[in-house]
Design a protein around this ligand. Structure first.
Ligand SMILES: Cc1cc2nc3c(=O)[nH]c(=O)nc-3n(C[C@H](O)[C@H](O)[C@H](O)COP(=O)(O)OP(=O)(O)OC[C@H]3O[C@@H](n4cnc5c(N)ncnc54)[C@H](O)[C@@H]3O)c2cc1C
Ligand SMILES: Nc1ncnc2c1ncn2[C@@H]1O[C@H](COP(=O)(O)OP(=O)(O)OP(=O)(O)O)[C@@H](O)[C@H]1O
Length: 514
């Protein structure tokens, strides 16, 4: 390529698969010297290998499908504005220098990309800086509060969420959205656009959509913005969020924004400013605020990851707490496949395997069960989530797992969920369990949470044979006693409320040993 007048800026797109409010694209398209802008996406083979310790597929089928949809959507949007998304398969630190060589180093002004927070991603950034031989520009674009705007140095990020939240809410502000032009500068001519890969490219079958899924959506900025519109303006679900957010069945009990946020197909600032507009034009209440409250949790785990570096992945956690963890493969297999014999846990694990999504309530519980009941190495759980979840976000996933395992940012000592009480409180009629554990579908009401406590007559009527059609609870007797005794929950409350009204009393009067 000759191109004496050609001056290109290369934008390596990573977890910022969007046009709106994109710091990187905003910079590139306002670059006065650039005649061409080259948006590039690399399918990095390391993302399709095994997880670090336990070798699960690092990107499972559901997330892969979603990623392909997200990349495809961005390509279409760029094309509609006169640009394109160049696609390659390979490590960015190999692909980008090869493209620079092909264009001629003198024709490339700079390479830009969004910064990430965790080690594997930082290693890629370091390698790019080393290999490219041109100016490198990096951008922070993944959080609601910009890294440069938080009121503390990274090493002083508070270890307690509330302190973090109050400080950013009180002393920082959320930046305005960034826009890019309707008509975009083109990528350099004569550059192969690169074929969009398919599931088969990565050795996976096309995904089968499960009609029971709480996440019946696809990837990409277009769908993300349409979901935002639906959740706020079309259905007013945002105004009920605080009451519905602990639900587990259906799409609208929570926002589902996490999936698009994880891939950067929606910017947290976009959500923030749209909620502000909704509050002004329609209604402002605790629920509308609470979505922002939860988005700050997401920010928090990013800042915690920046502060603690690789300790986010250490067995002893960011707090360096020594706990005797086991790696019992049988127990883990039971948890992973949803065959623990505890219906509430099994329903959640099966939902995640079948759809790539699990509610926040479910995640809290299955993580507590793995770490506090089974005493299994928390990283087994975190890596399995990494493999399965569509919304996997390194910081939120590992941060939440450490929190649940009691080695992270939880100020409460030894917090442990009571699976039976949680099931009765959040799925009092057993609707959720019956959806995902069909072998228990003939057990009526909340009884489905405690099949082991039911009479032989009831079980036989429901065609359930504990130990044959459905497993005995696979638990450690001492820990299980905390569920089947009249124990308080993690917040010190005795079983009560909805659970008690709907039959938990029967259960607690009739606990049978697993
Ligand atoms: C063990 C465990 C692992 C998790 N792994 C992930 C993960 O890999 N990726 C991920 O995005 N979230 C993770 N979460 C947090 C949370 O469960 C999900 O963000 C939420 O369930 C996604 O659904 P939603 O978008 O409908 O959430 P909503 O309830 O609608 O919340 C709105 C947004 O707030 C943020 N948010 C809510 N709760 C949390 C939280 N506890 N931590 C961080 N951000 C939060 C998310 O961005 C979410 O989209 C994990 C939680 C646990 C307990
Ligand atoms: N999911 C992930 N995303 C990004 N980086 C990760 C992820 N998992 C692990 N890492 C990084 O991989 C490296 C290994 O993690 P970890 O600290 O657990 O391993 P280690 O010190 O080699 O321990 P071990 O001796 O148990 O292998 C670290 O640099 C960590 O930051």
């Amino acid at each position: 390529m000759s191109g004496t007048a050609m001056k290109t800026v290369i934008c390596l797109i990573r977890n910022d698969l969007r046009l709106h409010d994109n710091e990187l694209l905003h910079w590139a398209y306002s670059h006065l010297q650039a005649s061409h802008v080259l948006p590039l996406y690399c399918f990095d083979p390391r993302h399709f290998a095994g997880t670090y310790h336990f070798g699960f597929p690092k990107t499972g089928a559901h997330r892969l499908q979603f990623l392909l949809e997200s990349v495809d959507d961005l390509r279409k949007s760029l094309k509609a504005r006169g640009s394109n998304l160049i696609i390659r398969q390979g490590k960015p630190e190999d692909v980008v220098p090869a493209i620079i060589k092909c264009l001629g180093q003198g024709n490339v002004i700079a390479v830009g990309f969004q910064e990430e927070a965790t080690q594997e991603e930082l290693d890629v950034e370091a390698a790019l800086k080393k290999n490219c031989g041109v100016q490198i520009k990096t951008f922070w674009g993944s959080t609601l509060y910009h890294k440069e705007d938080v009121p503390f140095k990274i090493q002083h990020v508070p270890d307690v969420y509330t302190q973090f939240r109050k400080a950013v809410e009180g002393q920082s502000s959320v930046r305005k959205l960034l826009e890019i032009p309707e008509q975009l500068k083109p990528p350099p001519p004569d550059l192969e656009e690169g074929e969009m890969p398919t599931m088969q490219t990565f050795g996976m079958q096309g995904e089968v959509k499960d009609e029971r899924s709480a996440f019946p959506f696809c990837g990409g900025e277009t769908e993300a913005l349409s979901r935002l519109k639906h959740y706020l303006w079309d259905s007013d679900s945002v105004a009920k969020y605080k009451e519905t957010r602990n639900g587990m069945v259906g799409a609208d009990y929570s926002t589902k924004f996490s999936t698009w946020l994880a891939h950067g197909s929606i910017s947290p600032r976009k959500i923030f400013w749209e909620i502000k507009r909704y509050e002004k034009e329609r209604t402002a209440n605790q629920s509308t605020y609470w979505v922002i409250f939860e988005l700050i949790w997401r920010d928090y785990f990013k800042f915690v990851a920046l502060k603690y570096g690789t300790r986010l992945f250490f067995l002893d956690g960011i707090m360096g707490k020594k706990i005797q963890w086991k790696q019992d493969p049988k127990l883990f297999q039971a948890w992973k496949t949803g065959n623990t014999g505890v219906p509430y846990v099994d329903a959640n694990m099966r939902e995640m395997a079948a759809t790539g999504f699990m509610s926040n309530r479910g995640r809290q519980n299955v993580a507590s069960f793995l770490t506090k009941d089974l005493h299994l190495d928390w990283r087994m759980g975190a890596e399995w989530f990494e493999s399965c979840l569509i919304d996997h976000d390194v910081c939120s996933n590992y941060g939440n797992w450490q929190y649940a395992a009691g080695i992270g940012n939880d100020p409460r000592e030894d917090r442990k969920f009571n699976m039976v009480k949680q099931g009765m409180d959040y799925d009092p009629e057993g609707e959720y369990v019956r959806l995902w554990v069909p072998e228990l579908s003939e057990i009526k009401g909340g009884n489905v949470h405690t099949p082991w406590a039911l009479s032989k007559a009831l079980l036989s009527k429901a065609r359930v044979n504990i130990g044959e059609t459905y497993p005995h609870p696979i638990v450690i007797a001492k820990e299980w006693a905390k569920h089947v005794g009249r124990q308080s929950d993690s917040r010190g409350r005795a079983p009560s409320g909805k659970g008690r009204q709907r039959g938990i009393d029967f259960y607690f009067k009739n606990p049978s040993k697993p």
